[in-house]
Design a protein around this ligand. Structure first.
Ligand code: GLY
Length: 358
């Protein structure tokens, strides 16, 4: 199978090729830390990586740094895939999933189907810190959060409610929900809603960090699949799927269609790939090939979803890959966010297939 690696990663491969030539063997995932912090995130996480790298430079623990970073996105009503303002389930309720992993202590925590609490990543971190469990769900997760002082609030913004209503009103002509649009002034809103609905958002933010000592942590947080059946849990809160960290090797995470990630244990598969000597980018691509193999490489079936993987090695080397290089009803190039000693930027992800239909 052919696949595509952006130029910036090819240049990096040349640098790593030098390590190969000097006798380190395969990709040096188990090499010593490079001595400077690196943070990577999904493309909606540039501000998160900037916050996290600033915290790391000030001496923060890697998990505190990445959770502080994603809290910005959880709090942002404009990001309709995470936290406050996330798109709701089919009944109009926002249900959030999140997980954290702390490499230096090999601990993990997660919450799933959490309602009314806008920062599930903080609750996941408390599950890790203050219980001997790893995953709390639904009502139990909510009670645990409230017991720790989290305030309940309505997470459904007006914008998300508008999109949800439009989805209800247009998905079937065999029920009593309208087509809406009583007022022509609603047309612009409806158009906005229609392209969001067409993409069936599974946005999510994943953020991974390594500090100057080589300690690694990660977090993934999401409102999950838009208009999901209540109780649906995606990959984000499942350790080994939407997130995995091994302090000896590196970390990986995912965004996009969670069910496809779950079926290959995506993040764990990628970290194990790096342990075997694959570069972060190649480990992500290898995992995506497993997803493609589930559909015998049939691009018409694979065009129903996109899936993005992100990987960060202990050495600070990083990479990302997506099933589709460009995707969506308003096509967007698959990218990821990086903050390191060279500043903060969005980089093109590698990908298996270019554009659905080609
Ligand atoms: N990757 C987020 C989800 O599918 O829920």
């Amino acid at each position: 199978m052919r696949y595509f690696v952006p130029m910036q990663m090819k240049r990096r491969a040349v640098v790593l090729g030098g390590a190969l030539a000097s006798g380190l063997g395969a990709f040096p995932a188990l090499a010593q830390a490079v001595g400077r912090p690196v943070v990577v995130a999904s493309a909606n996480g540039l501000a998160a990586t900037e916050t996290a790298i600033a915290r790391l430079k000030a001496g923060a623990d890697t998990l505190d740094a990445v959770v502080a970073g994603v809290n910005l996105v959880e709090d942002d009503p404009e990001d309709m895939t995470v936290g406050y303002g996330g798109l709701p389930n089919e009944e109009g309720e926002v249900e959030l999933d999140a997980s954290v992993m702390h490499g230096p202590t090999s601990r993990a925590g997660a919450v799933a189907s959490l309602k009314q609490i806008k920062n599930p990543s903080k609750v996941a971190k408390l599950v890790m810190e203050r219980t001997d469990h790893v995953l709390l769900v639904g009502e139990g997760a909510l009670r645990f959060a409230v017991a720790h002082g989290f305030a309940k609030q309505d997470l459904l913004t007006e914008k998300a409610r508008t999109v949800w209503l439009r989805w209800k009103e247009t998905m079937s002509d065999k029920d009593d929900w309208g087509p809406g649009l009583a007022d022509p002034g609603e047309a612009a809103q409806a158009a906005m809603a229609d392209w969001i609905i067409a993409d069936r958002l599974t946005g999510t933010i994943n953020c991974l960090a390594v500090d100057g000592r080589g300690d690694i942590s990660g977090v993934t947080t999401t409102s999950g699949l838009a208009f999901k059946i209540p109780g649906r849990v995606g990959d984000s809160p499942l350790i080994g799927c939407g997130l995995f960290v091994d302090n000896a090797v590196g970390a990986a995470g995912s965004t996009g269609r969670g069910e496809e990630c779950i079926k290959i244990n995506g993040a764990h598969t990628i970290v194990e790939g790096m342990r075997r000597g694959l570069s972060p980018t190649d480990a992500c691509l290898e995992a995506l090939k497993r997803v493609a193999a589930h559909y015998s490489g049939d691009r018409r079936k694979l065009a129903q979803f996109n899936l993005h993987f992100y990987a960060l090695a202990k050495s600070g080397a990083h990479g990302a890959a997506s099933l589709w290089g460009t995707y969506g009803s308003k096509p967007k190039r698959s990218r990821y966010a990086v903050s390191d000693g060279d500043g903060s930027r969005l980089l093109d992800s590698a990908y298996l297939f270019e554009v659905p239909g080609r």
